[in-house]
Write a protein of this length. Structure first.
Length: 394
């Protein structure tokens, strides 16, 4: 109405930016899912328990959790045709591209669960996503190695069976190290939701057109794949490896970052919201200490990471810009110690974030006042001008 509209570049106009799901205080380093502090949930809950909390709004009683778990366990198989789907991609294709395609493709297999306005359909789609995405990620990991796929085993816990399908082989006893199961389950909890981050805002924007949940979640996978977002965990390990292999000292690397040489960034550092510390990074660092001690793993990379963090945290350049380790800084080292190849790090982030994306989509489509997201812009192009015949153009 004033004629000149100045928008915050992050303004997406996805209408409903009110949410009851996750609370973040970026200055105080507070993160709560449905009011519960992340530290308490990570210490005391299973990932499925937290997924239930995010999706349905309350921590489940034992019977509700058992039913939720049983429903998920009933649907972990993928349609057999999915196997040819995965092998149709080039062997070196990035797992996030295949995962994004696979989740979008679920809409063609489960076209009886596409209507977000039908509670029964939306609930079944919720279960199918929670059930099948771990199987899908495990199959994608096996596709990359050319090793045989394993069918889901309903007798195992959610995270344990994901690890078994990812690493297990048909002819071997599959005793899964409980250390890895426990640590990965906690990492999934720490990634489960994070308010209106880039990928969740994408899920909401796609969902605001009443697109089905598979289309919305697969769009979130696409947004998450970027190195400034979920792709950072893979980029951190590449950065640490580059420092180790180049022989460049940590101090020299930090100087390159400060000099902004070739737009080098300290991957795993900084955050749009946390301007003091990322509470998740603190929990992950504690887990990393434990995992590396128990499993071994590339302590040299962990030492470089520690030195990088110590150097940056005492350097005015980073302190003035409020740059601290974020959730991605230590997770790659942990995933690597667990045996995951670096291209699988961001799919692991996606699996953790899955219940958050589903919860945010459900909240959006349940809001009767929700309108389609329609970002606006400030036009900075030409004023009106007239067409000229081609012959007159110079
Ligand atoms: C996630 O939003 C979420 O919640 C995301 C997430 C989630 O759970 O969903 O928390 C997950 O995405 C975590 C972030 C993972 N990404 C990275 O680790 C990539 C490296 N970090 C950055 O690129 C950056 O810090 C962002 C993208 C995370 C945040 O960018 P901001 O807040 O928009 O900061 P900016 O780009 O405006 O930079 C401000 C200043 C600039 O310097 P000056 O121009 O003032 O001189 O800080 C500098 C930047 O150059 N800067 C960095 C830096 N991040 C910002 N300098 C070196 N290394 C960095 N990592």
């Amino acid at each position: 109405s004033t004629g000149t509209v100045t928008l915050d570049p992050g303004f997406t106009n996805t209408a409903s930016c009110e949410s009851e799901i996750t609370y973040i205080d970026g200055d105080a380093g507070i993160l709560r899912y449905r009011g519960y502090p992340i530290e308490q949930l990570a210490a005391n809950c299973s990932f499925l328990e937290v997924a239930y909390l995010l999706i349905y709004g309350e921590l489940p009683d034992p019977e509700s959790l058992a039913l939720f778990t049983r429903r998920i366990k009933r649907h972990t198989l993928l349609h057999e045709d999915f196997k040819s789907f995965f092998t149709s991609f080039p062997a070196g294709g990035h797992p996030m591209s295949i995962l994004q395609s696979g989740i979008a493709g679920m809409a063609t297999y489960y076209d009886h669960t596409l209507d977000p306005q039908d509670p029964a359909q939306l609930d079944l789609a919720t279960t199918l996503l929670m059930s099948k995405v771990p199987t899908m990620i495990a199959y994608i990991a096996k596709r990359a190695t050319g090793l045989p796929l394993l069918y889901p085993d309903a007798s195992r816990s959610y995270t344990e069976d994901f690890i078994r399908m990812t690493f297990g082989l048909p002819y071997q006893m599959q005793e899964i190290d409980p250390t890895i199961v426990n640590a990965l389950d906690k990492l999934f909890i720490l990634h489960a939701d994070h308010e209106q981050n880039c990928s969740t805002s994408t899920v909401r924007l796609v969902g605001s057109s009443q697109a089905n949940v598979y289309a919305a979640v697969s769009s979130g996978v696409g947004a998450l794949s970027g190195p400034l977002h979920g792709g950072a965990n893979e980029a951190v390990l590449a950065m640490l490896g580059q420092i180790r292999d180049s022989g460049v000292s940590v101090q020299e690397y930090v100087s390159q970052v400060k000099d902004k040489k070739n737009s080098v960034k300290l991957m795993g550092f900084g955050h749009r919201v946390y301007k003091n510390f990322d509470p998740r990074a603190q929990v992950v660092k504690g887990l990393a200490d434990d995992i590396l001690e128990r499993l071994g793993g590339d302590n040299q990379l962990f030492d470089i990471a520690q030195e990088l963090a110590d150097t940056a945290l005492s350097d005015d350049y980073f302190v003035e810009r409020k740059l601290y380790p974020n959730v991605d800084f230590y997770t790659g080292i942990m995933y690597s110690a667990m045996g995951f190849p670096s291209q699988m790090f961001t799919p692991l982030f996606a699996l953790g974030r899955l219940p958050g994306w589903i919860a945010q989509y459900r909240e959006l489509v349940a809001d009767p006042a929700q309108k389609i997201g329609r970002p606006r812009q400030v036009y900075t192009g030409h004023d009106e001008r007239q067409w000229v015949p081609r012959i007159e153009r110079t």
